[in-house]
Design a protein. Structure first.
Ligand code: ZN
Length: 480
């Protein structure tokens, strides 16, 4: 503590923090020595105390101004005790004076001094908290706004933090002298703190606006909105906000105007998007039997290599792309969300028109090709011999080239049947000619019936044997 310091220096520091009101107060004659006990003055609580700056200098200055009394030497503990008795036990200053052997005037002064000291301590704590809060918010703004706070600003806040983290007016005075080159320097630090505190108080709003704008995507035709967004980004730069924190209300107003127009555009887009995708979804549902028929046809290896194998994957993808969103109307967009919180649809998202077109065309092509394969003459003839009603239907389908009907009649049983029909016949050698030769080395004209009969018998034997060797398969005989 620098108690030997002339009080005029102390008052200069204090007046630097207090503005014109205290200058007037300080124009009175000051003592040559620092006060053993400050003079009692009555303080009224100033308006706008929220950040604790305005009360602090006024308290100190008035205490300092009031430092002309050399007596009495009342210890701080006794002063606190008098204030406690006065406030909590209701003892009046005359009662305390009488009981403790002091004069009433002294008791009154000491109680008031203690009261002011308490207010001062509270305000210093508040201010220390404010500086800390400002520092935290500036760090946050540096990261989120991708800017940098100048070193001078950090220095000023650091000095002020060390000055206000003190207890009592004498400590405060010592710290101010140690940290600040002049009363003017301290006044500048406090002005800086006052300016930054207004930015600090709106930090959550600034970050919310920044986050909103960062998540907004605009289409190319949204020129006016795009320009406003650029302007907002410009005004949200940290250096701009640090230099002009008072512009925040106008930035906020521009943001509200931007948001109201953006919301209208987004809500209309959300509605149009899902109206269109619901019709795509219907087309997909209609295409499902065709896709299933293709899968079954592809399983018939006799028809050739499978076709359109990528279509099943595309179908799944398109189903996911056309999933409906349950949100409707203005509920789609919560107040601080730039996209629907359920589906996260962006303004630039478009329904999968091209993919839908490609998928449906691909499916159609694959089915047509499989159909052509099935329509081959040989197959038609074989199928036409069957009396099975489903096969009749199948033949008709092929003849009329009705693809959707083809999809309806195709099932696993029919596929199995077709596999059987299309399977290559098993060829078995059979000594038909050699046996005829053994039996009839020479054939007379009258033996025609006998030879034909023998031929039929041998053929039946041959087929029976071939079928026994190839159960369930189509067989043919190679006569030897
Ligand atoms: Zn949605």
């Amino acid at each position: 503590m620098k108690r030997a310091q002339p009080i005029t220096a102390a008052t200069r520091f204090i007046s630097a923090t207090s503005g014109p009101i205290c200058h007037q107060t300080l124009s009175t004659q000051l003592p040559k020595k620092p006060p053993a006990q400050p003079k009692v003055i009555v303080l009224s609580r100033p308006v706008g105390i929220t950040i604790g700056i305005s009360l602090l200098p006024m308290s100190l200055s008035k205490i300092a101004v009031a430092s002309r009394i050399k007596k009495p030497a009342v210890r701080p503990e006794l002063r606190r005790e008098w204030l406690r008795r006065n406030e909590t036990e209701g003892e009046s200053p005359p009662e305390i004076a009488k009981q403790d052997g002091y004069d009433v005037r002294t008791v009154r002064k000491q109680i008031e001094i203690e009261r002011q000291e308490r207010v001062l301590t509270g305000e210093l704590e508040n201010l220390a908290g404010t500086v800390e809060h400002i520092e935290e918010n500036l760090r946050l703004l540096e990261v989120r706004l991708e800017g940098a706070v100048e070193g001078e600003v950090w220095d000023g806040l650091g000095r002020l933090a060390r000055v206000v983290r003190t207890k009592g007016h004498l400590d405060y005075y010592d710290a101010a002298q140690r940290e600040c080159a002049s009363p003017q320097a301290l006044a500048e630090d406090i002005t800086l703190c006052r300016r930054l505190s207004s930015l600090s108080e709106v930090t959550p709003e600034v970050l919310a606006v920044k986050s909103y704008l960062d998540r907004v995507t605009l289409r190319e035709n949204e020129g006016e909105l795009a320009m406003d967004r650029v302007s907002l980004h410009e005004q949200l730069k940290l250096e701009n906000l640090l230099a002009n924190p008072h512009v925040w209300p106008s930035v906020e107003a521009l943001f509200d105007w931007f948001k109201s127009r953006y919301r209208a555009v987004y809500l209309a887009h959300h509605q149009d998007y899902y109206r269109e995708t619901s019709s795509h979804r219907l087309s997909l549902e209609n295409a499902k039997p065709g896709l299933e028929a293709l899968r079954r046809l592809n399983s018939i290896t006799e028809l050739g290599a499978p076709l359109g194998q990528e279509l099943a994957g595309e179908y799944k993808y398109l189903l996911s792309k056309t999933r409906p969103c349950p949100e409707k109307g203005s509920e789609v967009l919560p107040e601080l969300e730039p996209v629907c919180s359920t589906c996260s649809l962006s303004l630039t998202d478009e329904p999968p028109r091209d993919e839908m077109e490609r998928f449906l065309a691909g499916l159609r092509r694959a089915l047509e090709q499989q159909h052509r394969r099935l329509s081959a003459q040989a197959i038609r003839q074989i199928l036409a011999q069957s009396e099975d009603s489903r096969i009749d239907q199948f033949i008709k389908v092929i003849q009329t080239s009705d693809l959707s009907s083809l999809a309806n009649v195709m099932d696993d049983e029919l596929v199995e049947f077709l596999c059987y029909l299309l399977a290559e016949a098993c060829t078995e050698p059979f000594p038909l000619l050699s046996r005829i030769r053994e039996r009839f080395s020479l054939i007379e004209e009258g033996q025609t019936e006998e030879v034909v009969s023998e031929f039929r018998t041998l053929l039946e034997e041959g087929f029976a044997e071939a079928k026994r060797r190839n159960p369930g398969k189509r067989v043919q005989i190679s006569p030897e």
